[in-house]
Design a protein around this ligand. Structure first.
Ligand code: NAD
Length: 356
């Protein structure tokens, strides 16, 4: 297959970690007979420096013309004092909106070799943690009306949480389709005992359910889900939920795996073109020192192969290579432990390539 990948190296450690992911993609292309071409896109602080804005239209257009987008991270202290529309993170929001990315997939996977890094008890961790939170990304209370007014002499603030059936249906489908590519279990997380939006979510999910007879479907209230993620995360395969619940639960889910440098994420919309990135930021404290952990970005590239290009075997090969590198005790500084061998960002890239 020939694929055109838009590459946003971004700021801070972004160029270092993306460089390693591209080496891995090139090796996969060579082994499996694919051809990947890369279109460089400026976004974030580097785009502000070069073009005066975080995501110029010509740069967004390059992403829209690509088969998928790989992102490192954006931002840093240099641009922190700038006004809202000129901040690097605005580039990311414009990219998500511009590409119509309404589904954020964030896996919570604990690599057994890093089990000590989890804040959960060993007896819970031993059962395994490997699930994905599919979060609706461009609707709900973050995008509804926000207002503060004075009523009877005091301020009253209101945030509206709208959801329409088509918004729920499209994210619901992503939930079912993601489950079909995994262990075929889907849990819809909501607050249907209180919220009308949640009751509409359930009604739409019930309509979709017969189309996916192989998927074991369940429902859970969000307060219970927050507890269950700590108590027995092994019960989950795919969670689908609205924007704010997903924001909170996906952070909880990544926390229990204990290693910020290891976790990838994807954002998808209509069609197969998606945005793939690690969940962490640009780590300005270690930028330019060849210390960053590139595994989150390498696994983001693997997600791109699986979810955007239908290259399941290639994605599995990358995950297996990462697994073997961890088995050999190689670690970057963020997850270094006693008895392991410290490697640089490039050293970790070399090790993954060697295992491929
Ligand atoms: P951060 O994720 O960049 O860093 C938090 C801590 O984790 C730091 O100590 C850092 O060194 C470490 N860390 C992060 N990724 C690592 C990796 N791959 N390997 C080793 N260590 C790693 O969060 P922050 O410090 O709050 O934010 C720094 C900048 O990144 C800010 O400008 C923020 O706005 C931006 N940011 C960008 C994104 C994005 O581009 N998607 C996401 C979050 C934050």
């Amino acid at each position: 297959m020939n694929k055109n990948i838009a590459v946003i190296r971004g700021d801070g450690i972004g160029p270092e970690i993306v460089g390693q992911a591209i080496r891995v993609l090139d090796k996969i292309a060579q082994q499996y007979g694919h051809s990947f071409t890369y279109t460089e896109v400026d976004m974030g602080g580097c785009a502000i420096d070069k073009w005066g804005e975080p995501l110029p239209k010509a740069q967004l257009d390059k992403c829209l013309a690509s088969d998928s987008v790989l992102l490192g991270a954006v931002g840093g202290p240099k641009w922190e004092g700038m006004e809202g529309s000129k901040r690097p993170e605005k580039g990311l929001l414009s990219l998500r909106a511009g590409m119509g990315l309404y589904a954020n997939n964030r896996p919570a996977k604990l690599w057994p070799q890093l089990a000590d890094a989890s804040p959960l008890k060993p007896s819970i961790v031993a059962k395994g943690i490997d699930f994905i939170v599919v979060r609706e990304l461009i609707g709900g209370v973050y995008f509804g009306e926000h207002k503060t007014e004075v009523v009877n002499g005091e301020k009253v603030a209101t945030d509206v949480m709208p959801y329409s059936e088509h918004e729920i249906e499209r994210i619901g489908r992503i939930g079912f389709e993601t489950a079909m590519k995994r262990r075929k279990k889907l849990c819809c997380v909501d607050k249907a005992n209180v919220l009308d939006t949640s009751r509409l979510w359930r009604a739409v999910m019930h309509r979709l359910q017969p189309e996916y007879p192989e998927v074991e479907y369940s429902e859970m209230f969000v307060d219970n889900a927050a507890m269950q993620i700590c108590k027995d995360p092994s019960q989950f395969d795919v969670i689908v939920t609205e924007n704010m619940f997903g924001d909170i639960l996906s952070d909880e889910a990544s926390m229990i795996t204990g290693s910020i440098g290891m976790i990838p994420s994807s954002s998808l919309g209509e069609g197969t073109c998606g945005l793939y990135e690690p969940i962490h930021g640009s780590a300005p404290d270690i930028a330019g020192q060849n210390k960053a952990n590139p595994i989150g970005t390498i696994l983001a590239a693997a997600m791109m192969l699986k979810y955007s290009f239908d290259m399941d075997a290639e994605a599995a090969a990358i995950e297996a290579a990462v697994n073997r590198v961890l088995d050999k005790g190689l670690r970057t500084g963020d997850c270094m432990a006693e008895g392991c061998t410290l490697v640089t960002c490039t050293g970790m890239g070399d090790a993954v390539l060697a295992e491929l």
